[in-house]
Design a protein around this ligand. Structure first.
Ligand code: AMP
Ligand code: GLY
Length: 422
């Protein structure tokens, strides 16, 4: 098969890595790709949001299957465009991707279908936000409606921070039209997990559980990021509990989407908070998590290619996926300054040495190849991943590999998985 992967992050490198092991694969392309994917796939210099150009490319090369990594392409309707041209693609259509593309849609959808989530108010201006937060007694979070690369959630700790957030949303222009509406919701307490499944439109194929660490700093301090590390399993629920959540929340979501004529085909990701009152959905994503995908794909034993091809065609041929019984971990190494303005441009040392370690895989994200060197070029730079017999072993190995990699403005968390291991 000829396969095209769309995107340029660690998630897409991991997808290329997994697909490249398939005996069914003949040719692999990645648009636009990164220095890591370029070792496995031909890089196609078309950005992930250039939907028409990508469809032209897939048509001209007679691509058999396209796998869409990032959310922006999905919310722009890449799947609709590909299907219009008779191209096979794994991902939700624009209408279904709205479950991630609009927090307002997602919250109202959950309310309509009795899917447990935090109480909320939809607001449209500064005054409405100020009024709404009063309802939650200081225990609230603010979310911009549209896509914000994991950075659209703000948890103010006092009045000043609330006012700063309001200014950012409604005056700063940083979020553009994404912040035309802001969800104010009750702040929940509990352990977070990522519950991800693949859907062919009707059936759900659960992936193993995983856990993502979203805050920039150790001890879950500081602002939210796209994710600073992940591991699988989550370490906080049993397999039986996970199966029940996939059934009661994942499958329930698919059915409700179908009932609203928004059949969901692709990756359905539920960000859950396990609260004292039971699990609640914090957010939906319409694609694999990054860095969860890196950890999950490292653990996936089965060939991913036939699964995605069958899913794109509308009917899975298997009813479960096999995962390595041990564990996997993924550590994100970023540039200092992220998630604000990263200090970029250093040359990365020790990459080959770390990659050569048994059980270690390194997936590139914000790197650039220049004069034979690999440069730390943007916010999240590398994903250092490892497999082990259990979570502790996978994390130890990933940290040992990450210690061999260095550059002057290297930044990473030192406590991924620690709380779960206690
Ligand atoms: P979201 O994009 O909605 O998943 O939010 C990103 C992150 O913000 C989540 O992973 C949580 O860590 C945090 N968050 C979102 N909603 C809430 C909430 N209602 N209570 C507490 N934390 C939240
Ligand atoms: N790691 C969280 C996300 O991909 O949204």
């Amino acid at each position: 098969m000829k396969v095209l992967v769309i995107g340029s992050g660690g998630r897409e490198h991991a997808i290329c890595w997994k697909l490249s092991q398939s005996p069914l694969l003949d040719e692999l392309y990645c648009a636009p790709g990164n220095p890591g994917t370029s070792l496995l796939a031909d890089s196609v210099p078309i950005a992930a949001d250039e939907v028409h150009e990508l469809a032209d490319f897939a048509t001209s090369l007679k691509i058999d299957l396209t796998v869409v990594g990032p959310e922006l392409a999905l919310t722009l309707g890449i799947v609709d465009e590909f299907r219009l041209r008779g191209l096979n693609v794994f991902g939700p259509r624009q209408q279904a991707a709205e479950i991630e593309g609009s927090k307002v849609f997602a919250k109202q959808f959950m309310e309509r279908h009795g899917i447990p989530t935090a109480e909320f108010e939809i607001t449209h201006d500064a005054e409405e936000v100020r009024r709404a937060v009063k309802k939650f007694d200081g225990e609230y979070v603010l979310k911009v409606d549209g896509l914000a690369a994991g950075k659209g959630v703000i948890i103010p700790s006092d009045e000043d921070e609330l006012e700063q957030a309001i200014a950012l949303f409604f005056e700063g222009g940083r979020f553009g039209s994404s912040a035309r509406r802001v969800v104010v919701e009750q702040r929940l307490e509990g352990e977070e997990i990522s519950l991800i499944g693949l859907s062919d439109g009707t059936h759900l194929l659960p992936l193993a559980t995983s856990k993502d660490y979203k805050r920039i700093g150790d001890g879950d301090q500081g602002p939210n990021t796209g994710g600073m590390g992940a591991h699988s399993p989550s370490g906080v629920i049993s397999e039986d509990q996970a199966a029940a959540l996939h059934e009661n929340l994942g499958r329930a979501t698919l059915e409700a989407m179908s009932a609203e004529n928004r059949k969901f085909q692709g990756v359905l990701y539920l960000g859950l908070m396990l609260t004292e009152d039971g699990p609640k959905v914090l957010e939906y994503n319409a694609r694999l998590g990054d860095p969860e995908a890196q950890a999950l794909l490292l653990r996936l034993d089965d060939d991913l290619l036939p699964v995605l091809a069958a899913g794109a065609a509308g009917a899975f041929e298997v009813d479960r996926l096999g995962f390595h019984p041990g564990a996997s971990a993924c550590l994100v190494i970023a540039n200092e300054g992220y998630p604000g303005k990263p200090i970029a441009g250093d040359s990365i040392e020790g990459l080959e040495e770390a990659q050569a370690m048994d059980g270690v895989e390194i997936f590139h994200a914000g790197t650039k190849a220049e004069d034979g060197k690999i440069i730390a070029a943007s916010g999240r730079v590398l994903n250092v991943c490892a497999r082990g017999d259990d979570l502790g072993a996978a994390l130890d190995l990933a940290y040992a590999a990450a210690a061999r990699i260095d550059w002057p403005h290297k930044a990473m968390r030192t406590d991924i998985g620690r709380r779960v291991l206690l």
